[in-house]
Write a protein that binds this ligand. Structure first.
Ligand code: NAP
Length: 252
């Protein structure tokens, strides 16, 4: 039956940036759909664990700083040690630096591109090898409105998120016939730490809300339906696609 295809019972998901924001919202949704969730973060995921365990879900924390590729193999190994296998990878961890293009430093550029783009590729590579070997797997990368648009004062972020959409398509082309689905979600303007700075500027915040057809900021809960769909058998013939969860922003 069709609704059974959305269930994730017996599946194991790894989500990066699991301690807060959209990552936390997606961990909760995946667990509610039946998945066992490994949350990767550089600090405690206590809040996420509590939300999942309240609903009798299973959650394991993997502490790792994704400033370098060094912890990637360990993340896969710890997830397999916890639950025996991995079926779903959500590359969510990301950073943003707001600065005029003429003032962006090389350090800031490399930091943003490092975690948002390079780590996403190498996480995909490590987990992709595992998924190809087992003949199945779901990869969900987190893009942005700035995978489509230029944005204002965030050139490194725009560059990295545009690249994530490209990586998603490139890997889907290589792995679709191996049982591995690679897709992405492009969140619109969501109320998390990522947007704290622009939400505190009342003129900017009002201008953003005015442009969103739904007339409100998105929330971590708004990511739930899309991530469960892309993680489940319900999306088995969906490859290389970026699904916007944006309250209509792109339609405007
Ligand atoms: P957030 O609350 O700032 O979450 C970002 C997550 O990434 C946090 O868990 C953060 O951990 C983690 N992270 C950053 N650097 C890390 C590192 N070196 N190692 C490990 N984890 C690291 O913002 P969010 O909105 O939930 O962002 C989640 C994703 O959605 C990001 O990729 C972001 O670009 C994307 N996105 C957000 C929006 C939006 O409007 N909010 C829109 C489009 C796309 P710490 O808490 O330790 O910093």
């Amino acid at each position: 039956m069709i609704l059974d295809k959305f269930r994730l019972d017996g599946k194991v998901a790894v989500v990066t940036g699991a301690n807060t924001g959209l990552g936390q919202g997606m961990c909760v949704a995946l667990a509610q759909a039946g998945a066992k969730v490994c949350g990767v973060a550089r600090r405690s995921c206590e809040g996420t664990k509590a939300l999942i365990e309240k609903d009798k879900g299973e959650f394991t924390e993997i502490i790792a700083d994704l400033s370098t590729t060094e912890p990637i193999a360990r993340i896969l190994a710890e997830a397999k040690a916890a639950y025996g296998r991995v079926d779903i990878l959500v590359n969510n961890a990301g950073v943003i630096v707001r600065e005029d293009a003429v003032n962006v430093t090389e350090d800031d550029w490399l930091k943003v591109v490092g975690i948002n783009e390079n780590i996403v590729f190498f996480m995909c590579q490590t987990f992709g090898k595992e998924f190809i070997a087992q003949g199945s797997g779901k990869i969900i990368n987190i893009c942005s409105m700035l995978s489509y648009q230029g944005g204002i004062r965030v050139p490194s972020y725009t560059a990295s998120k545009s690249a994530v959409m490209g990586i998603t398509k490139a890997l889907a082309n290589e792995w679709a016939d191996k049982g591995v689905n690679v897709n992405a979600i492009a969140p619109g303007y969501m109320a998390t730490n990522n947007t704290k700075q622009i939400r505190s500027d009342s003129d900017r915040s009002e201008a953003i809300i005015d442009r969103i057809p739904q007339g409100r900021w998105g929330t971590p809960e708004d990511m739930g339906g899309a991530v469960v769909f892309l993680a489940s058998d319900a999306s088995s013939y969906v490859n290389g696609f970026t699904l916007a969860v944006d309250g209509g922003w792109l339609a405007r």
